[in-house]
Design a protein around this ligand. Structure first.
Ligand code: FES
Length: 309
């Protein structure tokens, strides 16, 4: 795709508008979707779509400069210019908006991006919703004015330098079985929201992480076998290699992108065995089903897994 517009919309955040070079119609997407952005320097990064899903000819993403990142955001900020071509994969959605009459959206910083189309959809459908939006300062909070102008009192902007941290106890203190809670932001915010929702009914909270979740040690240290049912081969996965590396070496064709368990590209169906889920994509109930895994990071709890590969 071609970068048609690049502009700074908040401190350290640029908005990119992408279009097909021929002006062709783009694949449809739903709120919560992300794309892979393949930069001219060869790096691939995932960004949430934050534009208008009914605009069939452009995608919009917002990119935060991450000084301690691996160079993807720096390339976007410093090198990418309108007119440049970038590769785009997806869209994919691992953070879908489930139907509800009531939503509480909680965004921290750049975590506003996947929630922006959700807010629009919830409003369009006449749902009862509120957005709690925290950030370092007003100047660092992308889409702040756009949101407050469009939705007024439903949007609660909390710049940390003026008002401190989000008052999660006030918003989440009393569980409400009718409200779905969606949260995206830095890891400490996600952890605080998960803790505050611990007494809420199961499956009311959905979170999206931009970075790999903190993991404990793998469920087992020893090697395990992975049977590739369709390929008809079995490989032994030793502690030093990922399941993805091992199954590829055995001839399985599995697409991957982040290889950190955050993008969802390598999703693989599990036929038998119990995966040691180490990704940041699956919700609790999806993990419990044990019918799929992300082999770039996830491993096995037992001696053997059977994959539909
Ligand atoms: Fe991104 Fe596995 S490649 S989750």
């Amino acid at each position: 795709m071609t970068v048609s517009v690049k502009k700074e919309i908040a401190e350290g955040i640029v908005l990119l508008t992408l279009a097909h070079p021929s002006g062709a119609r783009l694949p449809d997407w739903t709120p919560g979707s992300h794309i892979d952005l393949v930069l001219p320097n060869g790096t691939t990064r995932q960004y949430s779509l934050c534009g208008d899903r009914w605009d069939a000819h452009t995608y919009r993403i917002a990119v935060l400069r991450e000084p301690t990142g691996r160079g993807g955001s720096a390339h976007v900020h410093d090198r990418l210019k309108p007119g440049n071509r970038v590769g785009v994969g997806g869209p994919r959605n691992h953070f879908p908006l489930v139907p509800s009459e009531k939503y509480l959206f909680i965004a921290g910083g750049i975590g506003i991006t996947p929630l922006l189309p959700m807010v629009r959809q919830a409003d369009l459908l006449g749902a009862d919703w509120q957005l709690l939006y925290g950030g370092r300062s007003r100047a660092s909070m992308a889409f702040r004015e756009e949101l407050t102008q469009a939705y007024g009192g439903r949007v609660h902007v909390v710049p940390q330098d003026e008002l401190g941290l989000l008052d999660l106890a006030a918003w989440l203190g009393i569980p409400d079985a009718d409200t779905k809670v969606y949260c995206c932001g830095p890891a400490p915010l996600l952890a605080a929201v998960e803790a505050a929702c611990a007494t809420w009914p199961r499956y009311t909270l959905r979170v999206e992480r931009f970075t790999t979740a903190a993991h404990t040690a793998p469920a087992r240290e020893a090697a395990f076998d992975v049977e590739l049912r369709r390929t008809g081969r079995t490989v032994t996965v030793t502690p030093e290699v990922s399941v993805l590396t091992a199954v590829r070496a055995a001839g399985a064709d599995v697409l991957s992108s982040c290889e950190q368990g955050t993008c969802g590209t390598c999703l693989t169906p599990v036929l038998e065995g119990r995966p040691d889920h180490r990704d940041s994509v699956l919700a609790e109930h999806e993990r419990a089903a044990n019918d799929c895994m992300f082999p770039c990071v996830s491993r096995s709890c037992g001696d053997r897994l059977v994959l539909d590969l």
